[in-house]
Write a protein that binds this ligand. Structure first.
Ligand code: FAD
Length: 557
């Protein structure tokens, strides 16, 4: 009987796939290979889709959305998940319906206006290629994530990604000017800041777009105090959790959907083009690397360095250095002391003017000479690249597996106010010691935003149980320190169960009302950011973990 139902379902899906293939210019993939490939991203979760689509243009996206909307009107929900390169660590680039894969075709830099310092780009563009092109013109998109070699602009926009330079330049949200978005019903809209008059015009439209503006304006107006209070009471320097309702409407009555779309992980609409702002790029920097004998000394140094406004203030801990030494004995040779320090800080100044850069480095040196056990200053590009290896060697942990254990992105990306940095690090050490797990820490010391990936075997029941215990204790601890559960990698499915603890019941109710305004039939990446409880994750947890396939070419027929 079960086989019969399954057989009928498969036949139905094949008919849908065939219908879509006949109506779009891109490719529809239903092979077991393609579905298996797109059943995972860089998270510990697995959700096999019924098909993957490589849209060739925005009309393909519109047609697929329109089709799923019409199906939903008849009571059949076939969700859509937009996908870049699938490096998402929160299970937000996987979904049980159609996965729309943008890097296959919609991957071009369309336009660059150096005068306006803007670029128009398709979502599937590889971040690194985009960055290299704009850099040749003397600009860059400074909120780039560490994964830029294998992630897309669309993924960065949807996750509100951030990286090593976000201390000075902020997260992706600050750099997105306008978006072209396909709504749940297939309508296309262009976001950007509207005057009060323009907003009223939008609200008068007899379309789904008009309905969204009407309902959203009402929602924000009715809950103004709650939204503003929630935003103002957040004490961290970066946040990708929740929806950014606070930046939509300003006191002058102007209105912009862009900040809301950024960081929404494909749950409110599908981005088909982005206009991003660019910053002048300085290839020359000053870099100071400092070793510390204790966490306390490092914390004091961070406090003294922050007012100097470095472009980066990054860290790795002793455990990470020891781990890299064991794995690749020559990698850090001569870069750090033989007797490994408790913590290393990398402090960078990237001002366009040499005088300002040097001034920053000079002041940093003055601070560090008092507090650090060893300090190295470099103005030389090649030498700096070697020194940055200290921080970038975190990749060795991320890609590590031993026996059947792998480094897992499960307790990751928490951020706390700067004054709790020291306590945060101590708490992480204590938590991992409690579970007898090795720990290596790295991240954005200037933001008090840490990364870590404990080694566990997802094939073992005991370790699978530990995943949930660790997540609960870790996110509770971050929230106790007045932090956010997601500084840059967003909530996804994995952290959605903890979002309620961070935002509170009233804000979560607002988030689901917001979601219903944009996505009444729940066809846009359901279960991501909202609508997933801890118990839902048990069945989605993978039995193994690897991200090797993310470097593969996209599957073809
Ligand atoms: C080793 C490693 C290091 C990382 N370092 C960082 C880091 O430093 N900073 C950081 O922020 N993140 C980091 N990440 C997480 C991730 O790489 C980034 O968030 C990245 O920007 C995601 O891009 P992607 O192309 O892989 O997107 P995907 O993983 O494919 O998708 C991410 C989200 O964006 C949505 N999405 C994709 N395209 C669209 C679209 N066109 N319209 C609407 N929604 C869309 C997806 O539905 C999903 O919700 C890291 C991940 C790994 C594995």
């Amino acid at each position: 009987m079960k086989d019969k139902i399954l057989g009928a379902k498969i036949e139905h899906m094949n008919k849908i796939a065939q219908y879509l293939q006949e109506h779009i210019d891109g490719e529809v993939l239903t092979s077991a290979k393609a579905r298996d490939y797109f059943s995972t991203d860089a998270s510990v979760l697995r959700v096999p889709p019924v098909m993957a689509i490589y849209p060739k243009n925005k009309n393909d996206v519109r047609k697929v959305a329109r089709f799923t909307w019409q199906l939903a009107e008849k009571g059949h929900i076939l969700p859509m998940t937009a996908r870049g390169r699938g490096t998402d660590q929160t299970g937000a680039a996987i979904g049980k319906g159609i996965v729309l894969v943008f890097p296959a075709h919609m991957n071009r830099l369309l336009e660059m206006d150096t005068k306006a310092k803007m670029a128009r780009v398709q979502p599937g563009a590889l971040f690194r290629s985009f960055q290299e092109t704009v850099q040749t013109h003397g600009y860059f998109l400074p909120s780039y994530p560490a994964s830029l070699d294998y992630s897309t602009i669309g993924g960065a926009v949807a996750n509100n990604s951030a990286g090593e330079k976000s201390l000075k330049y902020g997260s992706t949200r600050e750099w997105v000017d306008q978006l072209e978005v396909v709504l749940a019903n297939g309508e296309i809209i262009y976001t950007g800041r509207l005057s009060k008059r323009e907003l009223n015009k939008k609200k008068g439209l007899a379309t789904f777009e008009g309905e969204i503006y009407r309902q959203l304006d009402g929602l924000i107006t009715d809950n103004w105090e709650l939204i503003q209070h929630a935003a103002q009471s957040r004490a961290v320097s970066k946040n990708s959790s929740g929806y950014d309702l606070a930046d939509v409407k300003r006191k002058d009555g102007s209105f912009d959907l862009t900040p809301l779309m950024v960081g929404s992980q494909g749950t409110l609409g599908i981005v088909t083009e982005a206009i991003v702002r660019l910053s002048p790029y300085s290839p020359q920097t000053e870099l100071v690397v400092a070793e510390f004998a204790s966490l306390d000394a490092a914390h004091d140094a961070i406090s003294a360095l922050l007012p100097l406004q470095p472009s980066a203030l990054e860290m790795v801990d002793q455990n990470l250095l020891a781990f890299v030494n064991r794995l690749q004995p020559n990698k850090l040779k001569d870069l750090v002391s033989d007797e490994l320090p408790a913590l290393v800080l990398l402090v960078e100044f990237d001002d366009l003017k040499e005088k300002a850069r040097r001034k920053g480095a000079k002041k940093a040196l003055k601070v560090l000479e008092q507090l650090a056990s060893r300090v190295k200053h470099s103005s030389n590009h090649e030498e700096q690249e070697r020194l940055w290896n200290i921080r970038h060697s975190a990749a060795a942990v991320i890609n590590f597996s031993e026996d059947s254990r792998s480094s897992l992105p499960i307790i990751e990306d928490g951020i706390v106010p700067h004054e709790y940095f020291q306590q945060y690090v101590k708490n992480v050490y204590a938590l991992l010691e409690k579970y007898q797990l090795d720990v290596a820490l790295w991240g954005h010391a200037g933001n008090a935003n840490l990364h870590m990936q404990p080694l566990l075997d997802l094939g073992k029941v005991g370790d699978r149980q530990k995943v949930f215990k660790l997540m609960t204790e870790y996110y509770d601890m971050v929230l106790k320190l007045h932090g956010s559960i997601a500084a840059e990698h967003n909530d996804g499915r994995l952290r959605a169960p903890f979002a309620a603890k961070q935002h509170g019941e009233e804000m979560m109710t607002l988030f689901s009302q917001l979601k219903t305004i944009f996505d009444p039939y729940e066809t846009l990446n359901p279960g991501v950011k909202t609508g997933t409880e801890l118990k839902d994750l048990t069945g989605l947890l993978r039995n193994e973990y690897s991200i090797q396939h993310l470097a593969d070419h996209l599957p073809r027929f």
